[in-house]
Design a protein around this ligand. Structure first.
Ligand code: SAM
Length: 282
């Protein structure tokens, strides 16, 4: 991370590239027991949250990520009633999940309560569903929480984590996915943010292999734009116990009774299309 001449810059060492945003001011900075959190006011992307030097979200473009982390999985599961979000402390994914009326309970388990408290302060629109009676906010290590979850008790686990460093490292392991497999019901789906389809191909391959070795028969990597993340192109990988992940509740998706800014039925189909170089990868 570098801040010079009013620009915030995130350097991506793997690709020898950098992404910069012009900032007006730094609004907040603190070291929590888990990570360093910074909040900036940018000139054109609204408020920006950065953890350990890596951009988490901006006002301007977080809808791509939050909608694609939630709606494809929720429209793929036949009846998503029990949803758990691991990480996701900014509450943007929680807000999208709660748009689905089938959801009876959505538990968000983030290791760092400060992320949520700062999001309430600086990103209030992302937290507008936090008082929904179906929402439960827990502050604990998601790895241990899933290990302790009752077998077969969850329909969807969304892993809205930071990159695989620090407290999030174990979230990318086969051991964690095995615990997810056990905690999920028969139609259960886990979906994990899987970084850039261009820069992090090895990570995506390792994630899919780890999910497979944990017992999930199906994996599906979907892709979508995310301007503030390295390469501007991002992905999420779904794993299912038995559901064919390329088929989803198309009628329900077409007639969704809630507003989104990116996700719709056609985007869902398009996000599953495989570029040629992914076929070579598999
Ligand atoms: N979309 C973002 C990205 O990829 O840049 C991630 C957003 S969300 C803020 C990531 C959250 O994961 C952080 O709030 C962090 O505290 C949380 N986290 C990291 N490791 C965790 C763990 N082991 N258990 C629960 N939450 C964890």
């Amino acid at each position: 991370m570098a801040l010079s001449n009013d620009w915030f810059t995130e350097i991506c060492t793997e690709s020898g590239s950098a992404f910069s945003l012009k900032v007006k001011e730094k609004l907040h900075q603190e070291e929590t027991p888990f990570q360093r959190i910074e909040i900036y006011e940018t000139n054109h992307f609204g408020t920006l949250m950065v953890i350990d030097g890596f951009i988490m979200l901006s006002d301007f473009d977080n809808f791509f990520y939050h909608e694609m982390m939630s709606h494809p999985a929720l429209f793929t599961h036949p009846n998503p009633e029990q949803v758990v979000i691991i990480g996701g402390g900014d509450c943007g994914t929680l807000r999208e999940v709660l748009k689905h009326k089938e959801v009876k309970r959505a538990i968000q388990v983030d290791i760092d309560e400060r992320v949520t408290r700062l999001s309430e302060q600086f990103f209030p629109e992302l937290c507008e569903a936090n008082s929904d009676p179906r929402a439960e906010l827990l502050f604990a290590d998601g790895i241990q929480w899933v290990k302790d979850a009752a077998p077969g008790s969850i329909d969807i686990i969304i892993v809205d984590s930071t990159d695989p460093v620090g407290p999030a490292k174990g979230l990318f392991s086969a051991a964690f996915y095995r615990d997810c497999f056990r905690a999920l019901g028969d139609d259960g789906i886990v979906v994990h943010q899987s970084e850039s389809p261009l820069i992090h191909q090895e990570l995506i391959r390792d994630m899919r292999n780890a999910m497979h070795s944990a017992g999930f028969t199906q994996q599906l990597t979907i892709n979508f734009p995310q301007p503030v993340y390295p390469s501007g192109w991002w992905s999420a990988t779904l794993a299912g116990k038995k559901e064919i992940l390329t088929t989803f509740r198309e009628q329900a998706s077409r007639n969704k009774p809630f507003v989104t800014r990116y996700y719709n039925h056609d985007i869902h189909l398009a996000a599953m299309a495989l570029p040629e170089f992914w076929r070579e990868r598999d």
